[in-house]
Design a protein around this ligand. Structure first.
Ligand code: CA
Length: 229
């Protein structure tokens, strides 16, 4: 039985999530405190952490940073607002995924299954993929662009790898959602769009001036060598 550490100071949300997660078959340990969560991760390591970012004792992002100093446990952050800057900061600080409140527990349970499934997997491809000046190594999960390392979040890397495993081919957002986020339900295009825009920024390009990431309107996106487009 997978063990979930739920860090949430809102008692009503905490209690309803405990009940719902237990009904999904998870063993749940919960705390309203960021510091208690850190202690718990060290003394009694969970399989996944659900971390509210708005905590009364320590800011959730700080908790995340400290947690990453001691553990590689998958972390899904719970944010009150659909705030790109906060989400970027959380992903950069080592969050594996995020959900925006208010959320359905089925949705959270799907994210938990996804991060647990990914644990320990090295991704779909073996061996380094090269597209133009971009090198993607699925084993070490390192990416270099013109020999300079590009630091990506886990999701950004998975997205790039999903495209790199089909160089030149247009991949639909639905396929990306199901491969990278293990989601089959609709309404998630924005998740792909947001991560694509972050990935573009890190690769030094934009939707208006694309190089490697080519959007084909209404179809999807493909990874292309800019010198061959
Ligand atoms: Ca809160």
């Amino acid at each position: 039985m997978a063990r979930v550490l739920l860090v949430e100071d809102d008692a009503a949300i905490r209690l309803s999530m405990i009940k719902a997660l237990e009904s999904h078959g998870y063993a749940v340990v919960s705390t309203p405190s960021g510091l208690a969560a850190l202690e718990s991760v060290v003394s009694d390591p969970p399989d996944v952490v659900l971390l509210d970012l708005g905590l009364p004792d320590v800011d959730g992002l700080l908790v995340l940073g400290m947690l990453r100093g001691v553990s590689d446990v998958p972390v899904i952050v719970l944010t009150a607002r659909d705030d790109d800057a906060t989400i970027v900061a959380a992903l950069d600080a080592g969050a594996d995924d995020y959900v925006v409140k208010p959320f359905g527990v089925d949705h959270v349970a799907a994210r938990i299954r996804a991060v647990l499934r990914r644990g320990g997997s090295t991704g779909p491809g073996e061996g380094t993929v090269r597209v133009g000046g971009l090198e993607i190594d699925p084993r070490s999960r390192r990416v270099t662009l013109d020999r300079v390392e590009v630091v990506l979040t886990r999701k950004e890397f998975d997205l790039l790898l999903a495209l790199a495993s089909r160089p030149g081919e247009v991949v639909t957002k639905r396929t990306l959602l199901s491969e990278v986020w293990q989601q089959a339900y609709g309404g998630g295009d924005r998740t792909v769009d947001v991560h694509l825009s972050w990935l573009r920024r890190k690769l030094g390009e934009s939707a208006a001036a694309p190089r490697y990431l080519r959007t084909v309107r209404g179809v999807g996106v493909r990874l292309a060598d800019p010198d061959e487009v």
